[in-house]
Ligand binder design. Structure first.
Ligand SMILES: Cc1cc2nc3c(=O)[nH]c(=O)nc-3n(C[C@H](O)[C@H](O)[C@H](O)COP(=O)(O)OP(=O)(O)OC[C@H]3O[C@@H](n4cnc5c(N)ncnc54)[C@H](O)[C@@H]3O)c2cc1C
Length: 323
């Protein structure tokens, strides 16, 4: 359980602790729950799906299955080209890093100049995940940025296990034409591009979209389920993620009060309890992007006043020390 987060060197103590789960344990828990609910688990790679008279013919490495309806949950690297989000290179983000032996009780997040992405140091079970995600920059450059950071922080990477993945990170126009459902199928999670375009997080959206897909399928006749699912997604979180895709460029590359937005965010977090509280909620996932603008605007006067008072106090103290 983690309560301390450092954002580019500024410490935040979270009101709501972050639970770190082993991915293997989480996957196992989900499969066990599905099995308890009546699902039959087949461990096989799907090589092809095609329409049949009664629904779908699903070809696997070990045989074939028939299905009335298809829920596609293949992740970002979906080889079933006729279903799920059609990701263009602009709609993806690279994520890579090292698993390093070690332990710590804090998460580090580091913003970097001119990068739509960030570096993280996450404690996992028995080791650290030290990684970087970034959009619009070749993986080799991201790896160099990460290794430079690790050298600077004294984190050894030589001999550590390396990982590299692809994350969906949809541009705003792609959200509008996102292919999440069609005749007899629905896509969930990364296969539907349902990932936060700023943080790259997708676990919650994968589970929630599966939940909505099940609800749509149970509440509608199957020919209408796709429409219902699309509607539910938009109402639940997809509109917020689409708005997040618009915010992403401003968050990483924007300027505010003659400084970069990430720089100002760090400064404001340090100087203003009100702003720090907004950051807390963003980390906890309880602050939507759609509501963020209003909240920042409502708090702006208070935050700027706190920051101005802090600066004055520091100047006064510095003056006293010099005197
Ligand atoms: C390095 C990294 C760190 C991350 N950290 C976080 C985090 O801290 N918090 C967070 O919220 N999100 C995080 N994410 C994002 C998160 O992992 C994904 O959004 C989430 O796993 C998506 O779940 P999914 O079920 O849609 O896809 P996946 O987890 O990718 O699962 C898809 C599964 O389908 C299988 N599959 C694919 N094709 C086929 C096929 N043809 N036949 C059979 N099986 C197939 C795959 O093998 C895989 O097991 C991270 C991503 C990366 C890359």
């Amino acid at each position: 359980m983690i309560v301390n987060v450092s954002v580019t060197g500024i410490g935040l103590r979270l009101r709501d602790p972050i639970l770190i789960y082993s991915r293997m344990d989480l996957n196992r828990l989900l499969l066990e729950r599905a099995e308890r609910a009546g699902a039959k688990i087949e461990k096989a790679r799907v090589t092809e799906i095609s329409r049949s008279a009664s629904g779908w013919r699903i070809q696997t490495k070990t045989g074939a299955l028939d299905a009335d309806f298809c829920i596609v949950a293949t992740g970002a690297r979906n080889s079933l080209r006729q279903v799920g989000t059609e990701l263009t290179p602009l709609d993806t983000m690279a994520a890579l890093g090292y698993y390093v032996p070690g332990d710590r009780e804090q998460i580090d997040i580091q913003f970097l100049p001119h990068l739509e992405g960030y570096i993280w140091v996450f404690p996992r079970c028995g080791h650290l995940s030290v990684g970087i995600c970034g959009k619009g920059e070749p993986a080799i450059c991201l790896r160099k940025r990460l290794e430079d950071y690790m050298v600077e922080k004294g984190i050894p990477w030589k001999g550590a296990a390396f990982y590299s993945h692809l994350l969906p990170s949809l541009e705003t126009p792609s959200w509008k034409q996102n292919r999440v459902a069609g005749d007899g199928w629905m896509a969930v999670g990364d296969a539907a591009g349902l990932v936060d375009p700023i943080t790259g997080e997708g676990l919650y959206y994968a589970i929630r979209s599966a939940d909505l897909a099940a609800k749509a399928l149970l509440s509608e006749i199957s020919s209408l389920a796709g429409h219902a699912y699309r509607r539910m997604l938009r109402r639940d979180f997809a509109t917020d993620l689409e708005f997040g895709s618009r915010l992403a460029k401003r968050v990483f590359f924007g300027r505010f009060l003659f400084g970069t937005v990430p720089g100002r965010m760090v400064q404001f977090t340090r100087s203003s309890p009100k702003f720090a509280s907004v950051m807390q909620d963003l980390f906890a996932g309880t602050q939507s992007y759609l509501g963020l603008k209003r909240r920042l605007f409502d708090n702006l006067n208070g935050s700027l006043l706190e920051i101005a008072m802090n600066v004055s106090l520091h100047r006064l103290m510095a003056g006293r020390v010099r005197a």
